[in-house]
Design a protein around this ligand. Structure first.
Ligand SMILES: *Cc1c(COP(=O)(O)O)cnc(C)c1O
Length: 377
């Protein structure tokens, strides 16, 4: 086949997509860095496909903006970042099977260690590869989810110092309630963590703060913060006021592919769960729950068309949904429907979608599948 310079299997315009505003990402990094205490380094958390925003483009943009660390959950995510030649240190939060010790070391990833077994495997793999492996030790100071207990950590650390090919580069913990009005659990966890860390002054990095703690508690910054949700322009919870001007990075959009009239008394969608009380004009959009539009928004959520708020009618299907455009002047096929994002003067936020879906903004953006086309601005 002749190469004409245009690919025959590339879309001209997708009918449903997520739009990612990289200038908003850069803005957020700048604003968050402005809150940091002097000398505190910045780890950008890009786990789960960068909270649904797309791992590779987000990681590249973050690195060129200037972050000191990237952090992911799984070994696979870390390897993917190395495959695209990201060279900044990468911290792996999650469990690494000891059998994968060599893989992690060869890719120069920084594993989290919480018990001796992985540490021993890393130490002997590093010896074989004639290198030193840097690890961070995670301690559980009250979240009671993962990490070595405070007691176990105070035994684990001296054991790790005795391993010749392993270096403890950092010690960290994770807060349970930094996004909630009651400050006490955060203060308690920080105190317990610093008590432990005080006994091991040779460890270079101490870190504890997620987005919420970074924005609210400067005393938790220590020498590294681990920022996730705030990078993407979303606030860690809706139970607090956040006085930092973040800009949402992600919008979720589709185009109207059909407009049709329904008569008073007609039902719409599977199960006919919405019945028109008057004659209405409805529009079909190829965005469904398989694209991350929560099915809980059926007959409840709203979207934007030509700057107007419109209601979702009937149940959301896997690939498509129907919105009521009766009151949108000059609506036509091809118009953009915004499910998350702005159409001035209106905006639907991920927080609003989260409220309709009885969940949190984190889940709303993370649920947008990697298959959905993404347009980076
Ligand atoms: C996800 C995660 C973070 C980031 O949390 P945000 O609330 O998104 O800022 C930080 N640290 C650890 C250990 C995490 O798992």
């Amino acid at each position: 086949m002749k190469d004409t310079g245009t690919s025959e299997n590339e879309l001209l315009t997708p009918m449903g997509w997520a739009e990612i505003d990289l200038s908003a990402l850069t803005h957020n990094v700048r604003v968050i860095k402005g809150c940091l205490r002097r000398g505190t380094q910045f780890a950008a958390v890009v786990k789960k496909n960068a909270y649904g925003h797309g791992l590779v483009p987000i990681a590249r943009a973050l690195v060129s903006t200037g972050v000191d660390y990237l952090a992911v959950y799984s070994l696979e995510e870390g390897l993917e970042l190395r495959r695209i030649n990201i060279t900044v240190p990468i911290l792996i939060f999650g469990f690494i099977p000891p059998a994968e010790a060599k893989v992690a070391i060869r890719a120069q990833l920084t594993p989290t260690v919480v018990e001796p077994e992985l540490a021993v495997a890393l130490d002997s793999a590093a010896k074989e590869l004639d290198t030193i492996v840097k690890v961070h030790v995670k301690v559980d100071s009250g979240l009671n989810r993962s990490g070595a207990s405070l007691e176990d950590a105070s035994r684990l650390l001296p054991f790790l110092f005795g391993l010749d090919y392993l270096e403890v580069g950092g010690l960290y913990t994770h807060f349970s309630s930094a996004d909630e009005p009651d400050k006490a659990p955060t203060e308690t966890q920080l105190r317990r963590f610093l008590d432990l860390a005080g006994a091991f002054p040779m460890v270079k990095f101490l870190h504890a703060a997620n987005s919420a703690a970074t924005l609210r508690f400067p005393e938790t910054h220590l020498n590294l913060v681990r920022v996730g949700i705030a990078l993407y322009g979303l606030y860690p919870s809706s139970s607090m006021e956040w006085n930092v001007p973040l800009r949402p990075v992600l919008s979720l959009k589709g185009r109207i592919v059909r407009i049709h009239r329904v008569r008073a008394g007609d039902g719409v969608g599977y199960g006919l769960t919405w019945t028109a009380t008057n004659d209405a004009l409805v529009a079909l959009v190829p965005i469904g729950y398989g694209d991350g539009l929560p099915r809980l928004l059926s007959n409840r959520g709203e979207a934007l068309v030509r700057g107007h708020r419109v209601s979702i009618r009937g149940v959301i299907s896997m690939d498509q949904c129907v919105v009521d455009v009766t009151n949108v002047p000059e609506v036509k096929v091809g118009d953009v429907v915004t499910f998350i994002g702005k159409q001035p003067p209106e905006e639907v936020t991920a927080d609003e979608v989260a409220r309709w879906a009885t969940t949190i903004n984190y889940e709303v953006v993370t649920a947008i599948p990697s298959r959905l086309p993404r347009i980076y601005l």
